[in-house]
Design a protein around this ligand. Structure first.
Ligand SMILES: [Zn+2]
Length: 266
């Protein structure tokens, strides 16, 4: 009899765990949504001023985008090292993460609780060359100077924030496996069918639009592909059409189509 009760209790916990967590998340988001509405205008002012990507979205998508950015920021602890904290910093960092994952279901990078904002290039660990940003088990690290240059489009073809968020997205899906996005994981195999041969050709000395750094290892190839996809989509589709298409299906975003829709609407 006792065994049956224990079995039923354990079974009940296992079966109910999913729906209870879902219900809790639903209530949490509902409560946060009200708080978000009070701040939406502020978020909009900051994001619209800096992010071209955001300005190309429809009004409904902008609303969804900002709420995601709000929840992302809320879920992180931001640390400022040798840099003076300003209100726009965590909002823009959250917005860049949301840009990358906007058409995916999962977007919180739940493994990472801490984001470190540093002044400029910094030294890390035993490496002698300065870092602009990196991601490891302890958090996401970004140099503010490089981050804001990327956001403002001052560094053609590269965007350090998107690059590091690319690493973080791969991390939660493949390394910590704590926030797996079904579509992303499944489609990544198809992405690799296209991307691996390009990466291998780079290791054999072939040059292309992605630049030498993308040939360092497959992690960097992925992160650089993210940057170029968002920052230089027309050139990428022209030079590397298969990689552009693979990236587009993987992230469920077609940046060139977004540009065209915007032109038609203008
Ligand atoms: Zn990298």
């Amino acid at each position: 009899m006792e065994i049956l009760i224990i079995f039923l209790v354990v079974f009940g916990i296992i079966v109910l765990q999913g729906p209870v967590i879902k219900w809790y998340n639903y209530l949490y988001e509902k409560r946060q949504y009200k708080l978000f509405l009070a701040q939406e205008t502020f978020y909009h002012a900051i994001v619209a001023q800096h992010l071209k990507y955001y300005n190309r979205l429809s009004v409904d998508d902008q609303h969804k985008f900002l709420f995601r950015a709000y929840l992302f920021k809320k879920a992180k602890k931001f640390h400022y090292i040798e840099v003076e904290e300003r209100a726009e910093m965590p909002i823009l960092i959250s917005a860049v993460a949301v840009q990358l994952t906007f058409k995916l279901e999962k977007y919180l990078f739940n493994f990472f609780k801490d984001i470190y904002v540093l002044k400029d290039d910094y030294h890390y660990g035993f490496y002698s060359r300065p870092f602009e940003g990196h991601v490891d088990h302890s958090g996401i690290y970004l140099s503010w100077d490089k981050f804001i240059k990327g956001v403002k489009g001052l560094t053609p073809s590269w965007n350090m924030g998107l690059h590091e968020m690319g690493h973080a997205l791969a991390y939660v899906n493949f390394i910590s496996q704590t926030e797996e996005d079904k579509h992303f994981k499944k489609e990544f195999k198809n992405f690799s069918k296209v991307a691996r041969p390009i990466f291998e050709s780079m290791q054999n000395g072939r040059k292309n639009l992605l630049g030498d750094y993308a040939g360092t290892n497959y992690h960097e190839f992925w992160a650089v592909s993210v940057e170029v996809f968002f920052e230089n989509p027309i050139r990428m589709r022209h030079d590397m059409p298969e990689l552009y298409a693979a990236m587009s299906s993987l992230l469920r975003q077609d940046i060139i189509e977004m540009l065209n829709i915007n032109k038609l609407a203008a």
